[in-house]
Write a protein that binds this ligand. Structure first.
Ligand code: SF4
Length: 200
């Protein structure tokens, strides 16, 4: 089976779905929504190529070491590589973890694609639809635009999870590099990244 092409992995985050989760960003997105927050994930070049089994082991270690309850797949576009991701999702669900998957496609399109059946069958919570910059999401967590839909594909979660607040996480590595994940309004991001302006 082909290798996964990944942008990054965060072992434990509270900002990418219900509860504490291991988050895996894929490299490569054929959807290409204008105004996307992650355009660096559009190209298929420059990602890290790994067997899905290695990633499954990392997710299960994250469960053991950090108590994560599930895996979140984000983009890039996860359904640009549905078969190895479907195998990864099935493997971690077999160990009792939940799977949340984001896609820029709509569920109806994905259901018409035989190659997507495995990943859909192993996804508990699917968030679908392209990012539309002119339809900002006013209240729901984790999504950028109001057209995007939550599909509860199994009984693992229900709409009560949408009561969670949006979170933004910032990590500073020992080499000084800074990574952000989660979702915030442009105003909140500007306030965070330019704190000196808050003191005027
Ligand atoms: S599907 Fe996601 S990663 Fe791809 S362009 Fe749209 S918002 Fe960006």
């Amino acid at each position: 089976m082909e290798l996964l092409n990944l942008h990054r992995i965060v072992d434990a985050t509270a900002a990418e779905g219900p509860g504490l989760r291991c988050a895996v960003w894929t490299q490569g997105c054929s959807v290409r929504c204008p105004g996307c927050f992650n355009p660096q994930t559009w190209t298929t070049k420059g990602g890290t190529r790994l067997p899905w089994q290695d990633v499954a082991e990392q997710v299960l270690r994250a469960r053991d070491e950090h108590g994560v309850e599930g895996l979140t797949l984000l983009g890039g576009e996860p359904f640009d590589q549905p078969e190895p991701l479907g195998a990864l999702a099935a493997a971690v669900r077999a160990e009792g973890l939940s799977v949340m998957t984001f896609t820029g496609h709509r569920l109806e399109e994905l259901r018409a694609r035989p190659d997507c059946a495995g990943l859909l069958a192993s996804t508990d919570l699917l968030v679908d639809g392209p990012y539309l910059a002119d339809q900002p999401e006013p209240t729901r967590p984790w999504v950028g635009s109001a057209n995007q839909r939550f599909h509860f594909l199994t009984g693992r979660y229900d709409p009560s999870v949408l009561d969670a607040p949006n979170r933004l996480e910032l990590r500073i590595a020992t080499d000084g590099s800074v990574e952000l994940n989660g979702f915030a309004t442009t105003e909140a991001l500007e306030a965070l990244l330019a704190p000196e302006r808050n003191h005027r």
